[in-house]
Design a binder for this molecule. Structure first.
Ligand code: PLP
Length: 399
């Protein structure tokens, strides 16, 4: 078939991008900046959990305003250990939204606790506290709440709810380094917040994470827990993990902090451009950020209105891939539709999880990162606008 630039690639046109436009692109400090530190580490022979880890912890505590920061091997190990620190009744229920990354739920399972799914709001994509109330039972012991795509969860409402009902409140802040609540940075919320430093996040250590908390007992317990539960006397206070951070990873994160503000700024520009330019395309909605909050824009996800678009989200998704634009479906399937959580599906999930199902079925996450060019943002927008224009032909192709 002859290529035609005016048609979508999936219908025989030429793709919007000549080579694949990635959805993420970690921007990390130059080797020149890292090299002297790596040399120090090698010369000192202290390869893990030493002075660079200490420096990183101190700096993160300053930036987040939390009293303590404990560096860890990942956000997942952070959530596992913080839940472990709370010593919740065996088999008790922890409420989380189903619209999140699966690791949020895994941390609950690793503790022998029962995940119970709440819904999210259709605008903010964050947990809907009224549905938390709906699924709460006498066996509920804690809440584990993500800041979706860096959009801070409704902390004030959650604090009140947790306090009133005697529940622990933890945050999955994997997307949250650089996010702010209306009154303070994300980090000192609830009984602890776990962050990720993996390559898809803004602050990158290759692998890694950390817990921030104002609670000294939690910080002490997790500090022991990351080191097999051992506080130094070879008689562990608990069964732990090896969830330490190496000195090399700490250097990447520490030097990476110097780039964080530029990343936040550029992502905010890209998100604003997407919002402005895509507002011309019918049938799309964007995540609402509450007044006074700051998001990291860890992901930029659009939600398609299936009635307006007439075609399935996956048709649009495939068509964008055909344009050489890497897109993802964050988060699809939602946790309550994953096999790993099959034993924890509530029977009337559609009753409680209507928004989660709707968003998850219609979400598409677009490329966003520090060195994404304006012209590439325009290509993405034009490709989406073109697909809308050709939706009837795409529909025929579906059949
Ligand atoms: C990335 C991510 C995690 C896992 O982080 P790791 O550091 O890889 O363990 C957890 N929750 C959410 C919402 C994430 O996006």
């Amino acid at each position: 078939m002859k290529t035609n630039t005016s048609r979508p690639a999936i219908l025989g046109g030429s793709p919007a991008c000549d080579t694949l436009l990635p959805i993420i692109n970690p921007y990390i400090p130059d080797l020149k900046k890292l090299e002297p530190h790596f040399r120090n580490i090698l010369d000192s022979g202290m390869l893990t959990n030493s002075s660079y880890v200490g420096k990183l912890e101190e700096r993160i505590a300053e930036l987040t305003g939390a009293r303590h920061c404990v560096a860890l091997s990942s956000c997942t190990s952070g959530m596992i250990l913080t839940l472990h620190s709370a010593d919740l009744p065996k088999g008790s229920e922890v409420i989380l939204p189903s619209f999140t990354f699966f690791s949020t739920g895994h941390a609950i399972l690793w503790n022998g606790l029962k995940p119970v799914f709440a819904d999210v709001r259709p605008d903010t994509l964050n947990v809907d506290v009224s549905t938390v109330e709906k699924v709460m039972t006498k066996d509920t012991s804690a809440l584990l709440v993500p800041h979706i795509f860096g959009n801070p969860a409704p902390a004030t409402e959650l604090h009140e709810f947790a306090k009133k009902n005697g529940l622990k409140l933890f945050f999955d802040a994997a997307h949250g380094m650089g996010s702010s609540y209306p009154d303070k940075p994300v980090g000192s919320g609830g009984d602890g917040e776990s962050f990720s430093l993996s390559p898809t996040k803004l602050l990158v250590a290759a692998e890694g994470g950390f817990l921030t908390t104002n609670d000294t007992d939690t910080a002490d317990f997790v500090t022991a827990g990351r080191n097999y539960g051992d506080t130094g006397d070879a008689d562990p206070i608990t069964y732990g993990l090896n969830a330490r951070m190496s000195e090399f990873h700490a250097v990447l994160a520490y030097e990476g902090l110097a780039l964080l503000d530029s990343k936040l700024e550029r992502r905010s520009q890209v998100a604003t451009s997407y919002r402005e330019m895509l507002s011309e395309v019918p049938g799309l909605r964007f995540q609402k950020i509450e007044d006074g909050c700051r998001t990291t824009n860890k992901d930029f996800s659009i939600v398609l209105d299936p009635v307006v678009w007439e075609v399935a989200r996956d048709t649009v998704y495939d068509a964008l891939l055909a344009e050489n634009i890497m897109v993802k479906r964050y988060f699809f399937p939602p946790l309550h539709r994953q096999n790993c959580f099959a034993n924890y599906r509530s029977e009337d999930a559609s009753d409680v999880l209507g928004n989660t199902n709707e968003i998850s079925n219609n979400v598409i996450s677009l490329p966003i990162y520090y060195n994404l060019k304006d012209e590439d943002v325009e290509k993405v927008v034009e490709a989406i606008a073109k697909l809308y224009q050709y939706r009837h032909e795409l529909k025929e192709k579906e059949a």
